[in-house]
Design a protein around this ligand. Structure first.
Ligand SMILES: Cc1cc2nc3c(=O)[nH]c(=O)nc-3n(C[C@H](O)[C@H](O)[C@H](O)COP(=O)(O)O)c2cc1C
Length: 301
């Protein structure tokens, strides 16, 4: 019980949810038009800037075939699918669904593992690769060990080397400071993901709270993607209005998979995109390049 109470304090998912819900939307109906959510991400055409988040070990957490169902659902919705820590066969199975896929690779201490995964991803035709820089440490502050593999923080000069050999767009996932965003730019990253990776650290600044300052510091030099607690098209709209180029949805899609497999994922993504289009229509945004941060107001009552 005592441990349970301690664990509840500072939960970053709860703090992020509260922050998202504190953001309100100004409407602009005069001269409004039906908007489009179509976009190009990492050179691939997508019907929506809403993508699936990197979710590893789905076959273990949910059911065998859940990861490829996630890819098939994304493909059916015209959305880009992200993969997390996976073996080469799983990566290939996702690509075989025809989905445009992004692979997020862990910061393995043995950089040979990291580079071999990048080579495989490139050979198999993923749209982009990334590193989740927020996963070097275990909860006691020592290097984390995942599936028997030790992790290590990424250095800016290593990122520059990755960028050189990858020949693909490179993403840095797990940025929540201007400092890390600037290092990502210095290392040649193409995109950053503002994320606390499902509460990897308690009391994390909500990604949308960090977004305006980071966008001011690096916008135009890298694409900005947001995840954590994005559950609806309204959440996505707030992120996009505040300066994100795209968003990812994670745990809600696990629920959709559990309930209705690939169709559940497709339906969830399509509905979230419809909600986003509605929010854009009601705020006078005709397309994703016309988002205005001024439509977002902080709740003060
Ligand atoms: C089961 C599970 C597995 C995950 N695996 C990875 C991973 O391998 N790599 C990664 O970068 N993030 C991973 N994440 C983090 C998600 O990509 C995402 O950042 C996080 O879940 C926040 O999004 P959400 O609030 O929509 O779930 C995982 C999350 C979950 C719940």
């Amino acid at each position: 019980m005592a441990e349970e109470m301690r664990r509840r304090s500072g939960n970053s998912n709860q703090i992020t949810r509260d922050y998202l819900d504190s953001l309100l939307i100004e409407t602009r109906y005069m001269n409004a038009k039906v908007p489009t959510t179509e976009c190009k991400i990492f050179g691939r055409k997508a019907s929506s800037p809403i993508m699936t988040a990197a979710l590893s070990h789905l076959d273990k957490h949910l059911y065998e075939g859940a990861l490829t169902d996630l890819a098939a659902g994304a493909k059916a919705a015209g959305a880009i699918m992200w993969m997390g820590m996976e073996g080469e066969e799983a990566v290939e199975a996702c690509l075989d669904t025809g989905a445009d896929c992004v692979e997020i690779i862990k910061p393995y201490a043995d950089r040979a593992v990291l580079f071999s995964k990048i080579h495989h991803a490139k050979k198999r035709g993923v749209a982009a690769i990334g590193i989740d820089i927020d996963h070097p440490f275990a909860k006691d502050g020592t290097p984390d060990v995942v599936d028997g593999l030790v992790m290590k923080p990424l250095k800016t000069k290593e990122l520059a080397e990755i960028k050189k050999i990858a020949g693909l767009p490179v993403i840095i996932k797990g940025v929540l400071s201007v400092r890390d965003a600037k290092e990502a730019v210095k290392g040649g990253a193409d995109a950053i993901v503002l994320s606390h990776h499902n509460n990897r650290i308690e009391y994390a600044i909500p990604p949308l709270m960090a977004l305006p300052e980071i966008a001011r510091a690096v916008k135009g030099k890298v694409k900005i993607i947001v995840d954590c607690e994005i559950a609806t098209g309204m959440d996505a709209f707030k992120a996009l209005a505040l300066g994100a180029d795209a968003v990812c949805i994670g745990r809600p899609l696990m629920k959709a998979l559990a309930e209705n497999k690939a169709d559940g994922v497709r339906d969830y993504l399509v509905k979230a995109t419809e909600e986003l289009r509605y929010a854009m229509a009601c705020t006078g945004c005709v397309d994703l390049t016309q988002m205005d941060p001024e439509v977002i107001k902080e709740r003060r009552f």
